[in-house]
Write a protein that binds this ligand. Structure first.
Ligand code: NAD
Length: 360
């Protein structure tokens, strides 16, 4: 059993802790919190050993037992997943190195926090044996998962993606209310393109970012110029075979992130989490270009609070070298119920919209 410590028990950390607990080969060594807030109460109620990031006294005053400070948690862990706020992870690096504990950082950290930027689908093997990895951000994870199979099967000449980003998470009341549509960042390419290149160093990609007053999910409008001319059906079949991509059938009547989240809550997903990319099946379109190339288009929704969670679990296995990619991804998926559709339905094959291109 791998003992996994989780430093930071907020939006991402609490989900990673629950996902680690669900794995047959991992146990939660404990979680570290800075403040004794409602999430500390949840950690306590779920029986996770609780450690103080700094001072234990506020926890004692709140009636919460702590097992010690974060240093003790790291020392008791085979691996630590750092899910502290962006930038704090880099400050913790010395602690992890000092105790010789491999670390999994999150995408809010700069790429140089770790030697490898990680996505299980795209570059699992690069992380095997590393002493630290950074699981790329929610948006970069969402792009990496869809680009990896397209690149492997058809070759990619160029990616152009517009990322319509949620303005904040549901708990980030400090970010709202806002009522505007912001080019964010206004400069082009947005920081997402270079982030994707930390996973695919040779990929030609431009991204544009926006922020909108929503807390639900990000929405990506993706255009991939392929180096060959597959049919729309072929691309649909390729993507439908990927467990962490869901093709949302037209018949469900899901017109946006609101219904997607409602559906996953109805289906009993924990916290209504959507660990997979949700690609609108009708949006998937391939338009042939001259000289053996084609433009592939799609819309996808990315649940920012959830998609990096299975990746973080796989990153733990990758850096400890306990499993290869196929074994790890299968184990993670089975433990979480990924691959059975949003409600245990077969998600991909039920809709066949118009085919715009010739066959491969
Ligand atoms: P969060 O603010 O929800 O949670 C951070 C947690 O860390 C809180 O429990 C906080 O009390 C605790 N904390 C604060 N300072 C600490 C310290 N010094 N030591 C230990 N714990 C401390 O943040 P989050 O949204 O979970 O983000 C965590 C990381 O995941 C960031 O790198 C972020 O960029 C990345 N990420 C976030 C999202 C998202 O949508 N929320 C998506 C993907 C990646």
């Amino acid at each position: 059993m791998l003992r996994v410590g989780i430093n930071g028990f907020g939006t991402i950390g609490k989900r990673v802790a629950d996902a680690v607990r669900a794995q047959p080969d991992m146990t939660v060594a404990g979680v570290a919190k800075r403040t004794p807030d409602y999430e500390a109460e949840i950690a306590h109620d779920r029986g996770y050993p609780l450690f103080a990031a700094e001072d234990e006294r506020p926890f004692a005053a709140a009636g919460l037992d702590v097992c010690g400070r974060v240093r003790q948690l790291v020392a008791a862990s085979d691996v630590v997943v750092d899910a502290t706020p962006a930038g704090v992870g880099a400050q913790n690096r010395e602690l992890y190195q000092d105790l010789d504990t491999p670390a999994v950082y999150q995408g809010g950290e700069d790429a140089d926090v770790a030697p490898v930027s990680f996505n299980a689908r795209a570059n699992y093997d690069a992380a095997v044996g590393a002493d630290a990895v950074r699981v790329v951000s929610c948006n970069t994870t969402g792009l990496s998962r869809v680009l990896a199979p397209l690149d492997e099967r058809y070759g990619i000449e160029k990616v152009r993606a517009t990322l319509v980003r949620r303005g904040g998470d549901p708990s980030q009341t400090g970010r709202g209310p806002i009522n505007d549509t912001l080019p964010d960042p206004v400069s082009i390419p947005s920081h997402h393109a270079p982030d994707v290149q930390t996973v695919f160093p040779d990929l030609a990609i431009d991204t544009m970012g926006m922020k909108v007053p929503s807390t639900l999910m990000h929405t990506h409008a993706v255009n991939v110029t392929l180096e060959s001319v597959p049919s729309t059906d072929s691309v649909r079949d390729l993507l439908a075979d990927e467990d962490r991509l869901l093709l949302v059938p037209e018949r469900l009547g899901i017109d946006g992130a609101g219904k997607l989240k409602e559906y996953t809550r109805d289906a009993g997903r924990p916290r209504g989490d959507v660990w997979e990319n949700c690609i609108w099946a009708e949006s998937l379109t391939v338009e042939p270009l001259a000289d053996g190339r084609a433009d592939c288009y799609l819309f996808q929704a990315i649940h920012q609070e959830a998609d990096v969670v299975p990746e973080s679990v796989d990153a733990v296995r990758a850096i400890t070298g306990v499993a290869d990619r196929d074994v790890s991804v299968r184990r993670t998926n089975e433990a979480l119920g990924i691959g059975r559709g949003l409600a245990g339905l077969d998600p991909g094959h039920s809709v066949r919209p118009r085919d715009a291109a010739s066959d491969d």
